[in-house]
Write a protein that binds this ligand. Structure first.
Ligand SMILES: [Fe+2]
Ligand SMILES: [Fe+2]
Length: 230
């Protein structure tokens, strides 16, 4: 069953064919190589990275939803302030698909951390996404968004406004999340001497707010109550 928040976002794609193709890819996320079918982790479980940003179960979904918010704000700026024109359908579908194939590149260890899957050791999420969406007949401008999503450090740099918006939104959201997780880990270490490597963004934000509102004492008490609830 498709996550309701993701479903709502998909429904914003106005072009019927692109909406249908995007939805089909999410609900049938797999690739076949040499006759072997690879399905990957369920979407609700996939992190967006192993150690970097959104490195916890459900991180990919949070990253996708948040990046869409950022991208829509950039579309508004490009159109309403700079007088440009943006194909929002491509932006929404592009963001949804840009990291989706990470589901096939990670495996979950028993202790809840992640490692590369056998497929993920050999192929990265952009290569998997590009080859599969080419096979499924997605438009070239959408394929470009995916391969350009890592900007200068990927296989192609953005050549359309839609690809640029997706890349900038992706970077902004990844950076914000990474910095928040890092700051929370630092605060926990400073307050308690413990290191919490596994931390999700909701807990991280809670920790930041505890420090901002209650200082070190408030933070210490708050961490104790988070620990007892875990
Ligand atoms: Fe990516
Ligand atoms: Fe991303």
């Amino acid at each position: 069953m498709l996550n309701p928040r993701l479903k709502k976002v998909v429904s914003k794609i106005k072009d019927k064919s692109l909406r249908r193709m995007t939805l089909k890819l999410i609900s049938d996320l797999s690739v076949t190589i040499e006759g072997k079918l690879y399905m990957g982790l369920p979407l609700e479980e996939v992190p967006a990275s192993k150690y970097h940003h959104h490195s916890y179960p459900g991180g990919l979904l949070e990253h996708t939803l948040s990046t869409i918010n950022v991208a829509i704000a950039l579309c508004d700026s490009a159109e309403n302030i700079y007088g440009g024109r943006v194909n929002r359908d491509l932006v929404i579908s592009g963001i949804i698909l840009h990291d989706l194939f990470k589901a096939l590149t990670y495996d979950r260890r028993e202790n809840g951390t992640y490692r590369n899957s056998l497929l993920g050791e050999r192929l990265d999420h952009l290569t998997l996404a590009a080859s599969e969406i080419i096979r499924r007949g997605f438009p070239a401008d959408l394929i470009h968004i995916i391969v350009a999503s890592h900007g200068e450090s990927g296989p192609a740099s953005p050549k359309t406004i839609e690809a640029l918006i997706c890349h900038v939104a992706d970077e902004a959201d990844s950076k914000m999340n990474f910095e928040i997780l890092n700051a929370a880990r630092y605060l926990v270490r400073e307050a308690t001497g413990e290191s919490w490597d596994k931390i999700d963004s909701k807990t991280a934000f809670k920790i930041l707010m505890l420090k901002a509102e209650g200082g070190w004492e408030g933070l210490k008490k708050g961490i104790e109550s988070i620990k007892t609830k875990k």
